[in-house]
Design a binder for this molecule. Sequence first.
Ligand SMILES: [Zn+2]
Length: 248
Amino acid sequence: MSDSLLTLTQLSPHVWILPRHPDKNRVQATIGMVLTENHTILIDAGNSLQLARQIQAALLAIDAPPISHVIYTHHHWDHTFGACVYGVPAIAHQLSLQFLTDMRQQNLGETHLRTKVERNPKLILDWTAADWATFEIMLPEITYEGEEQYHFDNVTLELQHVGGVHAADSTVVKVVEDGVMFLGDCYYPAPRYENPTDQMLDMAMLSNLLDEKYDHYIDGHNAPMQTRHVRRILRSQALLARLNESRH
Ligand SMILES: [Zn+2]
């Protein structure tokens, strides 16, 4: 598995993705790739060095321009730990810089993942001793607050800080010309180890993010959605809420 070439999926003229791994025990989040004339910009870095190297190989196979930047949707390990392989600057919210700086100061790389394996022995991690020897948490060199636009050739990437209970630094990345929105994990509940009882999705946030100019909504751990899928989720959640109310 580790040597096979990953299959990337093209969603729109400039956007490709590596969809999230269907096996939840791999905790392998979706990775976005924006290909412009001269740049490839990654949206999230992958959960390991091995995956990052596979991404490089897969991009080479489709003749993508060199990777120039990585954007973090938030600081969690499964979105950031592959970053040191690429050797390019990362862009993220100011809070992501704070969280990652804390993790780096506390040396929370290997120990962080060891704790996760203790909590969930089924977790599958593609890390070797050699990987850990070269691993480094990559701090974002470019940070923003509120909202910011970055231009790469003729493509505009709009970053919007949405925060939320899953991670206070959650950023949504909009590929403006293509109508593609990367949500990261922004509308998810808090990680289970932080709050095991409340596992509700933030439907108000998802509903606020729906925008008629965007047809593709890509989150961290589900299959890509189109507007109609998002609307269906919102309708079914609203129905559930009404049913719950009528029971009281
Ligand atoms: Zn997360």
